[in-house]
Write a protein that binds this ligand. Structure first.
Ligand code: B1M
Length: 217
């Protein structure tokens, strides 16, 4: 099978919501020596984006979205060990407290960012999804975080990124902590508006941004 065919099958496995197939294809990618990030961005993500578009047009419904999300999660989890193995940087670059914001349960992009950061030498405290503002701030204080990293996939939950920044300010922690944000609806204008320090459109870019926030780019 050619690489293009493999990418197409990956996308189709997500469109079909077929976790067994997405896991098998992820394994095949690892065995063939493919860069796991290529498998995600050129294969699986193409499928999940297609389902997302169909959902927004009313051509797909919540069950399809859920199944596509599960198949995507299964593929990414299968590829994660290989991504971590490929991360060569072992110097500890900084401590990152990472979460998807309160009210938002989208976890795939956030987890991908976490995997890439940890593979690049950051110590990542991944708090999961739907994380309350107060919990996030308390964790940042507890571990003496260098960076608070927040993902938001909904236009309705992006505001929580601003609330976390305000809560860090109120707790007197803001001057010692850099804040980076991301997620599909996040734009540079939003980043400026809420006074975050860094933003990236994707997981690879997030590593570069985190390094530059730590003065290690
Ligand atoms: Co939801 N969903 N969803 N969903 N979902 C979107 C986001 C949506 C755009 C679909 C659409 O309508 N086209 C839409 C949001 C509309 C809006 O607000 N603008 C939407 C909706 C409406 C909803 C519900 C409200 C549906 C409903 O119930 N009626 C509901 C909300 C639930 C909630 O959170 N409270 C909902 C639920 C779900 C599922 C649970 C079914 C499932 C998630 C499963 C899971 O995560 N375990 C799901 C899915 C799968 C999607 C889509 C199709 C795919 C998201 C994804 O995983 N992408 C999505 C449409 C789309 O994005 N195409 C959609 C792949 C992932 C690798 O990309 O997460 O963008 P992404 O992450 C990227 C970058 O954004 C960036 O790097 C990542 C890797 O490159 N990035 C960062 C992310 N975080 C970062 C942080 C950083 C830096 C970069 O620094 C800190």
């Amino acid at each position: 099978m050619s690489i293009e065919e493999l990418y197409q099958k990956m996308a189709q496995s997500i469109i079909d919501g077929d976790s067994d197939a997405s896991i098998e294809l992820a394994k095949e990618a690892v065995q063939s020596g493919m860069d796991p990030l290529d498998a995600i961005t050129k294969g699986f993500v193409v499928g999940v984006n297609q389902v997302g578009e169909a959902f927004s047009c009313g051509d797909a419904f919540l069950p399809e979205l859920v199944m596509a999300g599960e198949a995507m999660k299964a593929a990414v989890s299968t590829l994660e060990p290989e991504m971590e193995k490929r991360g060569s940087h072992r110097e500890m670059l900084g401590k990152v407290v990472l979460a998807t914001v309160e009210g938002d349960i989208h976890e795939i992009g956030k987890s991908l960012v976490g995997t890439m950061l940890s593979a690049s030498g950051f110590q990542v405290y991944d708090m999961g999804v739907d994380v309350a503002v107060t919990k996030l701030v308390a964790k940042a204080k507890e571990v003496n975080a260098d960076i608070v990293a927040m993902s938001a996939l909904l236009t309705t939950t992006m505001v929580k990124q601003r609330e976390v920044i305000e809560a860090l300010e109120q707790a007197g922690l803001r001057s010692g902590i850099k804040v980076m944000v991301g997620g599909a609806p996040v734009t540079r204008e939003w980043v400026q508006k809420i006074g975050a320090d860094g933003y990236s459109e994707d997981a690879i870019g997030a590593v570069g941004v985190a390094k530059s926030l730590m003065g290690k780019a």
